[in-house]
Design a protein around this ligand. Sequence first.
Ligand code: NI
Length: 133
Amino acid sequence: MSLARFGVSLDEDILKALDGFVVENSMPNRSQAIRHLIEKSIVEEKWQCNQVVAGAVIMLYNHHKRGVSTKLEKIQHDYYDVILSTQHFHLSHDNCLEIVAVKGTANRLTELSDKLIGLKGIIHGKLVMSRAE
Ligand code: NI
């Protein structure tokens, strides 16, 4: 995946808020935070409720990125109660596709997905949710 760069002008207050977001979410840099926020706002409709839903977190990542595999595993152990299964595909020498099937409250699944997709090294990630019954 190729990266495009662009300049962004922000008020200092917004920049401060962005830097706070980076620290709060243990993100490596502003770019990762902006990417994550754009994805949440535009690509994914955020569900904010306690309704039980089923779905999947789909991630494409480069397993050579330091620590990403270990962190993915640790987060999944923290959320074992909502994870039904995890499928891992070695797509190429560098890239992996991981599909985590989930069932639980939309809030908790969104929390899990945000943690997974926010990791450095994740090239693309998406949470798909649907009514469970
Ligand atoms: Ni792999």
